[in-house]
Design a protein around this ligand. Structure first.
Ligand code: C2E
Ligand code: CA
Ligand code: CA
Ligand code: CA
Length: 279
């Protein structure tokens, strides 16, 4: 205790140093990752809870680096945001997901929505709506088959600007959802200002709902309030049959999670889609 801050700094230094080194490595390597074809998308089905049929699919970004290995988005999305690389990366994700979805349709598979995650920086970029239009145009995908996943915090920062952006995207005709719902601070009444189609209940609530009555109450109230405000409700992180049964009982519309399917490669998803059911 008497040493005060000095020793503490020394104590934390190695761990901090390692983080800075990893960050620098990631930042350096991220710059060329797209050009070196190291990025790819995996696809996780969304399923109608009532029928088990595939309702849509979410595209998730993966990075395979020759020496860093498979780098999870949790390790590089933040860096990409801070450096601005996310703008180029995000454009690539939208373009690639649209092209993939069009290819599935052209192969005769039943048409469905592909959802892509939009970062805060992309959302603030004035060019986003134009880029979405350009991606739809160049791939020939109809707008109704693309969905953008936004987060609550994007809606909260500079609300007037956010409403304008969401309205612009809505006019393009794409579907819109609020991801990780319940982890931010917005109220459902406030969200009603935005022309949103889907609420995705954050996986932390779904994970704990069968053991924790508070979590279960949150899940049930998001479903019922969501419905009364005309949103469709999606539960993510569904890992067990019990969780799925609970969601079915409370009329959650769609579900996503390892119990239904992990994120998979495009050809694996095509095979699943040809079968019609995720399980
Ligand atoms: P998210 O959008 O909330 O995506 C859900 C995450 O949970 C994914 O992790 C998914 O693989 C994982 N997951 C799915 N089902 C289950 C389950 O049953 N149990 C558990 N424990 N996890 C499950 P992933 O792919 O590592 O992505 C993490 C986050 O990185 C995403 O969270 C999203 O915020 C971000 N991200 C991923 N791809 C992109 C992208 O293309 N652009 C942007 N801006 N962000 C992305
Ligand atoms: Ca998401
Ligand atoms: Ca989520
Ligand atoms: Ca998340």
């Amino acid at each position: 205790a008497k040493e005060g801050g000095r020793n503490q700094v020394q104590f934390y230094e190695p761990a901090m140093h390692a983080r800075i080194v990893e960050r620098a490595a990631i930042e350096g390597e991220l710059r060329g990752a797209l050009a070196r074809n190291e990025m790819f998308l995996v696809y996780q089905p969304k399923v109608h809870v009532a029928t088990g049929e595939i309702s849509g699919v979410e595209a998730l970004l993966r990075w395979r680096h020759p020496t860093l290995g498979l780098v999870a988005p949790g390790r590089f999305i933040g860096v990409a945001e801070e450096t601005g690389l996310i703008v180029e990366l995000g454009r690539w994700v939208i373009q690639t997901a649209c092209a993939q979805n069009k290819a599935w349709q052209d192969a005769g598979l039943p048409p469905l929505r592909v959802a892509v995650n939009v970062s805060a920086r992309q959302f603030r970029d004035k060019a986003l709506a134009d880029e979405v239009v350009a991606a739809l145009h160049s791939t020939g995908l109809q707008a109704q088959y693309l969905e953008l996943e936004l987060t609550e915090s994007m809606m909260m920062q500079d609300a007037d600007e956010a409403v304008a952006t969401v309205q612009r995207l809505k006019k393009v005709g794409v579907g819109l959802s609020i991801d990780d719902f319940g982890t931010g601070y917005s109220s459902l009444a406030y969200l009603k200002l935005f022309p949103i189609d889907f609420l995705k209940i954050d996986q932390s609530f779904v994970r704990d709902m069968l053991g924790d009555p508070t979590m279960a109450a949150i899940v049930r109230s998001v479903i019922s309030l969501g419905h009364s405000l005309d949103f469709r409700v999606v539960a993510e992180g569904v890992e067990t049959e019990g969780q799925l049964a609970y969601l079915q009982r409370y009329h959650c519309d769609e579900a996503q999670g390892y119990h239904l399917s992990k994120p998979i490669l495009p050809e694996e998803f095509a095979a699943l889609l040809a079968q019609g059911q995720a399980r």
